[in-house]
Design a protein around this ligand. Structure first.
Ligand SMILES: Nc1ncnc2c1ncn2[C@@H]1O[C@H](COP(=O)(O)OP(=O)(O)OP(=O)(O)O)[C@@H](O)[C@H]1O
Length: 275
């Protein structure tokens, strides 16, 4: 689904990602951990095609096609969706308007691939989705993210994703600033989105989840693989429980010692798996 090869990304005058590689197959959900400022959000923005995240070298492939030079809009149309860590406030644009734009965007894409995929009653459809994230109708009439609490921002972001139904779901800290009940709610919606269109034992969607504490993963079910991003590249990959518990126990500094390990996962063997 997503293949990143030797990607070097510069922001202003600094290289943030250096020769970065990542492969997420169809149906896989990966977790990305890393210290503050490691470049996790930079990765998401580079995948999406933000202009000031300059790709100096390397390639990004999505569904087998090279998307390195496509616009943000083209990438979104092809099925990439993002839940942003800190989305901007958009004064003067109501959430309902933004959702209907998301819906049109999705339908224009679906129409290209399936003729009967789009005859829903938009109002009912939106109302159901809105209720699912526990927003009242009046919330849809507020300007996007303006004055939203931390948890409301995340629920608004995931609501947009529910409308878009992307094939590759990128979640940038879906649990930050969110209380316990809402973490559970967001996790269950994330799982629904990831399992959408799933035929028995075959998940079609793929995901990448950035999280600091991994708490949300308790509610998400199976995660394929976890990675630690440090020094601009993946330092360590493997079993999500082992990696997250090791980071919780030892911090990221210890991960540096794994740079020279033949199998970095081995060094985490003694860690108590409590996740
Ligand atoms: N638009 C920008 N202009 C200048 N510097 C930037 C920009 N975007 C990112 N950076 C810098 O790139 C580095 C990586 O930032 P990024 O947001 O990707 O880190 P992160 O791993 O997501 O961190 P955190 O866990 O704190 O959210 C930081 O030093 C940041 O200040």
């Amino acid at each position: 689904m997503l293949r990143i090869e030797n990607l070097t990304v510069r922001v202003e005058d600094r290289q943030i990602l250096k020769d970065f590689n990542l492969n997420i197959n169809k149906g896989e959900v990966h977790v990305l951990l890393g210290p503050n400022g490691a470049g996790k959000t930079t990765l998401i923005k580079a995948i999406l095609g933000y202009k000031n995240y300059i790709i100096e070298s390397g390639k990004i492939y999505f569904k087998g096609k090279d998307i390195t030079n496509l616009s943000i809009s083209e990438r979104v149309s092809q099925g990439i969706g993002v839940l942003f860590q800190r989305p901007p406030e958009i004064n003067g644009v109501k959430l309902s308007k933004l959702l209907s734009v998301c819906d049109q965007k999705r339908n224009s894409f679906i129409h290209k691939t399936s003729e009967n995929a789009c005859d829903s009653d938009l109002d009912d459809y939106m109302n159901n989705l809105t209720k699912r994230v526990k927003f009242s109708d009046h919330f849809l009439e507020r300007d996007v993210n303006t004055g939203f609490s931390g948890g409301e921002v995340k629920r608004s972001e995931i609501l947009q994703m529910m409308v878009m139904q992307p094939d590759l779901l990128l979640f940038d800290e879906p649990d930050s600033g969110v209380d316990v009940e809402n973490v559970e709610l967001i996790a269950s919606v994330m799982r629904e989105l990831l399992d959408r269109d799933k035929v028995p034992s075959k998940q079609e969607k793929s995901g990448l989840i950035i999280t600091h504490l991994g708490y949300i993963l308790k509610f998400l079910g199976h995660i394929t693989r976890a990675h630690i991003l440090m020094h601009g590249k993946i330092l360590c990959s493997g079993n999500p429980k082992q990696i997250i518990n090791a980071v919780m126990k030892n911090g990221f500094e210890k991960c540096k010692e794994c740079i020279s390990c033949i199998d970095p996962i081995e060094s985490f063997k003694e860690v108590d798996l409590t996740l």
